[in-house]
Design a protein around this ligand. Sequence first.
Ligand code: DX5
Ligand code: ZN
Length: 219
Amino acid sequence: MKKVEVSPSILSANFLNLEKDILDVYKGGAKYLHFDVMDGHFVPNISFGSVILKQISKEHLLINDVHLMITDPDKYLLDFINSGADIITFHYEALNSDEEIFALINRIKSYKVKAGISIKPNTNVDAIVKFLPFVDLVLVMSVEPGFGGQKFMFNSVEKIKNLFKIREESNCNFLIEVDGGINNETSKLCIEAGVDILVAGSYIYNKEDKKAAIESLIG
Ligand code: DX5
Ligand code: ZN
């Protein structure tokens, strides 16, 4: 039985005590740390840039899972790569052509960084099938990107099942990640559907006991 991993989103962390909030999720069993980068243009909210990543990426043992909810991800790619990103996930909807998407995937991978592609709730899996043999990760958004603490959108479960089936029937080996409204109930639906990584922000960071919160997502 494959192990499902957790990627706590620091969007909901306490930035006054970020070091402790990162250590607590590491001790709680998380394997990834999710950086929700928002530019106030692709999504109607502004979060943080590569300066935060640069300060902390080498200070912990988690995999730096960077989620770029930004227009023109190519323009900022090197900033995040040079700041320690291990995975860089961009949005399918942020680019204007297949050529641009293929070029960005190749550029990310040319720096030995893992390339992820993300789809918003209204984008179907069909839109990204041609890219699946080339990406390391697919991020299914289970909320409209831009804010933590939103309600899970149940159409995401079908997308995870679809991606799982495509991977089983092909020689693709991308990881399936889901992000938004993940709690101890919605996580189980995603796990049953075949997800590999659960992103959770408010569910984990609104709780005192991060270990129990992380374990409740999987167990
Ligand atoms: C986009 C962000 C959020 C965040 C998770 O809005 O990507 O989905 O990671 O937030 P929660 O877990 O609080 O829904
Ligand atoms: Zn995210």
